[in-house]
Design a protein around this ligand. Structure first.
Ligand SMILES: Nc1nc2c(ncn2[C@@H]2O[C@H](COP(=O)(O)OP(=O)(O)OP(=O)(O)O)[C@@H](O)[C@H]2O)c(=O)[nH]1
Ligand SMILES: [Mg+2]
Length: 444
């Protein structure tokens, strides 16, 4: 029997209210030991809320609270659950938890409430992962997609997908039974067509991985250039904050500074970098190695050129960085200092000229990737499994083309079906669960 777990469900710190959640077979009876309302909670109906006092095990009054009752199986975890609404702050909720532990509850592992929900069949793994994405979401667009996934849209699509593969495997196996009669039940080309459809389904999802990551953690834009080109000024202008220090001393920014901005509800993670220096050997631009990782991680790199040093001053840097990241834009800055007409993008980071146009370029770039995201935020785990499914589907097609036995082809399809089960969690093991729940907090 699973033990009764208790933890703070809300964020710790100063707040009006806090919620302590206890879940397990004895959650209601344990709470009854310390709560005094009009009636004992064990005599109350599920999905009702009760006001009363919460006492310590020694009888001292701790707080006036509300208890919400959720009886198994109609709760988040699928177990008996009480949510105790108490006053916020650092002390009260902690003391309530301590007293409940003395009364028989224990501390959960990270994500244990959600893990129980999974084990009790309340959520599948795609929904569990949606819970994590919903909590960690940095944008409205991201949380809206995670909410759809939590509702079960992705789960349903995978169920349908599984059904379609089962059908193909079934047809192949059925034909096997009649093989002596040399009967072709379904034309080979129809099976290949269906397998290709299945493959397209997986590819679609895999293609939405980048967009999912952008919604999950932001479209990363790195601002790069020679010292004093105005990188920190642009960073401040775009983020509408004065976070990065701006000065006319070259080399002001030493470390990387990151800030989220939201354009059209899309999260952008701006990164201001230290200025790169030209060394004796012009080909070797010092500092590139330092920013290399940032260049690799960024979806877009803006190379800022100080136009007062010449319009072509950063051309070589631009070419060099293009080798590291394919999505690079050269931007002329400080156009307020010149009358030169520029073909490409030109701005004055200081005087807010051309910034709206630049913002639109950022939005366009991000939209391209996000447009692929449908009703799920695809993560690395799901992507790897989808790739494995494609390998098996390709094997099946190859075997079909080679006129192999139906048996062989069906085995590849059965393997693909098994992998779908790993995505949804029908086929789970402790290792998979540990990897997923290690990112959760104690109270979730
Ligand atoms: N006239 C003009 N000056 C600018 C503009 N953008 C930045 N500056 C000035 O250029 C100088 C350098 O600006 P920063 O933003 O600190 O440049 P940076 O690229 O971050 O410099 P490092 O961190 O040292 O690499 C400051 O004096 C800014 O006020 C602009 O659009 N027009
Ligand atoms: Mg700077």
């Amino acid at each position: 029997m699973a033990c009764n777990i208790v933890a703070l469900a809300t964020a710790p710190g100063l707040s009006g209210l806090a919620v302590v959640r206890i879940s397990g077979d004895d959650a209601i009876t344990i709470t009854d030991k310390l709560f005094r309302g009009k009636k004992a909670l064990s005599e109350c109906k599920s999905h009702t809320i009760h006001y009363g006092n919460f006492y310590r095990n020694n009888g001292d009054l701790l707080d006036s609270v509300t208890c919400s009752i959720f009886k198994a199986p109609n709760s988040y975890t699928g177990e008996n659950t009480i949510e105790i609404g108490c006053h916020g702050g650092m002390i009260i909720s902690n003391e309530i938890i301590k007293e409940l532990i003395i009364a028989g509850a224990s501390t959960p592992n990270p994500g244990e409430f959600t893990k129980r929900a999974f084990l009790n069949g309340k959520l599948d793994l795609t929904q569990v992962e949606a819970v994590a994405d919903l909590i960690h979401s940095v944008s409205i667009r991201g949380s809206a997609t995670a909410a759809k996934q939590l509702e079960g849209n992705f789960q349903q699509r995978l169920k349908d997908f599984r059904k379609s593969l089962l059908k193909i495997a079934g047809l192949l196996e059925l034909e096997l039974d009649f093989s002596e009669e040399d009967l072709e039940l379904v034309p080979k080309k129809d099976i290949i067509f269906k397998i290709n459809e299945a493959k397209a389904f997986c590819e679609d999802l895999i293609n939405s991985f980048t967009g999912s990551n952008i919604l999950r953690s932001g479209f990363q834009v790195a601002v790069v250039g020679f010292p004093n080109s105005g990188k920190s000024t642009l960073f401040n202008t775009l983020s509408e904050k004065n976070r990065a220090i701006v000065s006319d001393i070259a080399g002001t920014t030493r470390d990387y500074i990151e800030e989220y901005i939201y354009l059209k509800n899309i999260p952008f993670k701006l990164v201001d970098t230290a200025g790169l220096r030209e060394s004796e050997d012009v080909i070797e631009i010092q500092g590139i190695q330092l920013v290399e990782k940032i260049l690799e991680q960024s979806e877009l790199v803006l190379i800022l050129n100080d136009i007062s040093n010449g319009i072509t001053n950063s051309d070589e840097l631009f070419e060099k960085i293009k080798l590291k990241n394919k999505n690079v834009l050269l931007i002329q800055n400080k156009i307020d200092l010149t009358d030169l007409k520029v073909d490409g993008i030109s701005i004055s980071a200081k005087d807010n000229i051309g910034i709206d146009k630049l913002k639109n370029i950022l939005i366009e770039n991000a939209e391209n990737s996000i447009a692929r995201v449908n009703d799920a935020l695809i993560n690395q785990r799901q992507k790897s499994l989808l790739e494995q499914i494609i390998v098996n589907l390709d094997n099946a097609t190859e075997s079909l083309n080679l006129e192999m036995e139906n048996e062989v082809i069906a085995i590849d399809l059965r393997t693909a079906i098994k992998i779908i089960g790993e995505i949804t969690g029908e086929a789970w093991n402790e290792e998979i669960l540990d990897a997923i729940f290690s990112d959760f907090c104690i109270g979730k």
